[in-house]
Ligand binder design. Structure first.
Ligand SMILES: NC(=O)c1ccc[n+]([C@@H]2O[C@H](COP(=O)([O-])OP(=O)(O)OC[C@H]3O[C@@H](n4cnc5c(N)ncnc54)[C@H](O)[C@@H]3O)[C@@H](O)[C@H]2O)c1
Length: 474
């Protein structure tokens, strides 16, 4: 099938590359000339596992091309995906200007039947506006051409985007036109071979489904973060609680991790936009206000903990940050909790040394010229001379670090673990002052760490370890 994709960002590139991989002929269009020039040279502007290979292979096979030529791209595609950005506007509502510009462009250049597929996350009713704008452009040219506008929100996760697109949990299609529905069923059939997971519905329900999904995910995390605060007060461990409720098949295990807040290119703006949609429709979505308020507090949690431990004046302190991207597997820094942490530490006079496995080029772009922030090439260098380590993103390579080397390098062995990667008792036993999120397990200060004589086996039973530690503290 002949496809055009508007937008060469995270969603547009993945959509274009995956559709080309199935044998379709895809023209990917962007208004950013530099981005397109880089893609034409074979440079992929984002970090997404597996994407480079797909792009190179399909470009070499002439199934995937990149262009800024809107007329040619629109002429190429019978199915035209709109996958441009919809950032939060001033008032929290989604800014759909790029989507509307794409719609007008399509109307201006189309010469035959088109199925216009809205993949961008857009407020309910946007498909109607897209339809209207295309009609307006056609009327201006005084031509009558058939076309359909459908909603096909995207649910891929950055960091696992290729897999999500190739093997989707579901494909939502908001479509009220039979011919367009058949075309899209055929286009998606190769991705749904083992089980039909296409859910057909009306356009407005499809548009709302995307916001509902992201708001639900954000609500789960914020709920766990509120409970984490309570667990700390009550002497419970949120990790045990998480396992306890996640084992309930009605609840499930995903998006239950307490931590230093959610961010990224989607959840913050989508929750905001949904709340705004509610307000505009006269329906106050009170739960979303709470979900956002909890997250604002949570994103400051690490800084609050640093201040509680080291004071408000952080001059003379160096802090190591592990992880800058808003989640593992991506280089995306949009609304990442790390941005707040870095800014607040620096404002208090601290120096920051940070490492991230993928986001260093983007971080360099943001902070490269600031003397207070050093971006280093590995996690151990980051902790050298640090007053504390702050774990901000749960990259796999941070899960089992060399604690002995870390301790030897740090000025004080303090770890603020914003993602609950480590076991409090184990770290206390190794002489670290360890603070997780919602974890009330006993924290032995460094001076009270249990030292086992050479040759003696450390007890493996957690209860026995606990008793030994409390004896050491007493
Ligand atoms: N990133 C994700 O994980 C994700 C997941 C699901 C849905 N979404 C949604 O998908 C949409 C795109 O998100 P993204 O992260 O890919 O955005 P992005 O910012 O990475 O990319 C958007 C691209 O669109 C281009 N663009 C803007 N106006 C254009 C126009 N008129 N014609 C052609 N190109 C144009 C921009 O130059 C940019 O390269 C958003 O609505 C987002 O909410 C994103």
């Amino acid at each position: 099938m002949k496809i055009c994709v508007f937008g060469a960002g995270y969603v547009g590139l993945v959509t274009a590359a995956c559709l080309a991989e199935m044998g379709n002929s895809v023209a990917c269009l962007d208004v950013d000339g530099q981005r397109i020039a880089a893609l034409q040279r074979g440079e992929v502007p984002i970090h997404e596992p597996g994407l480079d290979g797909l792009i190179h292979r399909n470009a070499a096979a002439d199934r995937l091309l990149f262009t800024t030529d809107a007329a040619a791209a629109v002429a190429h595609g019978t199915v035209i995906f709109i996958a441009v950005g919809t950032p939060a506007g001033e008032d929290g509502a989604a800014d759909v200007d790029a989507v509307l510009a794409a719609a007008s462009t399509i109307g201006r250049h189309m010469r035959d039947y088109k199925v216009v597929v809205d993949k961008s996350t857009v407020p309910v009713g946007t498909a109607d506006t897209v339809r209207h704008l295309i009609a307006q452009e056609l009327a201006r040219r005084d031509v009558a051409l058939p076309y359909a506008v459908v909603s096909n929100p995207e649910f891929l996760k950055e960091g696992a985007a290729i897999d999500d697109f190739m093997r989707p949990d579901r494909v939502i299609l908001g479509c009220e036109n039979e011919q367009a529905g058949l075309l899209l069923r055929a286009l998606y059939a190769p991705f749904l071979r083992n089980r039909d997971r296409m859910l057909m519905m009306d356009v407005r329900s499809a548009e709302l489904t995307k916001y509902a999904a992201n708001a639900m995910l954000a609500a789960r995390i914020s709920f766990m973060n509120e409970l984490a605060a309570l667990a700390e007060r009550l002497g419970a461990d949120i990790e045990a609680v998480r396992r306890g409720i996640g084992a309930d098949s009605r609840i499930g295990t995903h998006f239950l991790y307490a931590g230093c807040g959610w961010g990224g290119s989607c959840l913050p703006k989508d929750v905001k936009a949904l709340a705004r949609m509610g307000a505009e429709a006269g329906v106050q979505l009170a739960i979303l206000d709470a979900v956002q308020a909890v997250n604002q507090r949570q994103r400051r949690l690490l800084v609050d903990r640093v201040v509680a431990r080291f004071g408000d004046d952080l001059r003379g302190h160096l802090f190591a940050l592990w992880g800058l991207a808003f989640k593992p597997g991506t280089d995306d820094l949009r609304e990442a909790p790390s941005l707040i942490v870095v800014q607040e530490l620096v404002e208090r006079g601290a120096r920051v040394r940070a490492f991230d496995p993928a986001a260093m080029p983007r971080a360099q772009h943001l902070w490269g010229t600031l003397p207070e922030i050093a971006l280093v090439g590995d996690p151990l260098t980051a902790v050298e001379g640090a007053s504390a380590l702050l774990v901000v993103t749960e990259w796999r390579e941070f899960r089992s670090p060399d604690f002995v080397s870390m301790r030897a390098r740090m000025r004080s062995p303090v770890i603020f673990d914003g993602r609950n990667l480590y076991e409090p008792e184990m770290l206390a036993g190794m002489g670290f002052e360890y603070v997780g999120v919602g974890r009330a397990a006993p924290m032995a200060p460094a001076s009270a760490a249990v030292i086992h004589p050479p040759g003696a086996q450390a007890p493996t039973d957690p209860m026995e370890r606990k008793i030994l530690q409390s004896e050491a503290v007493a």
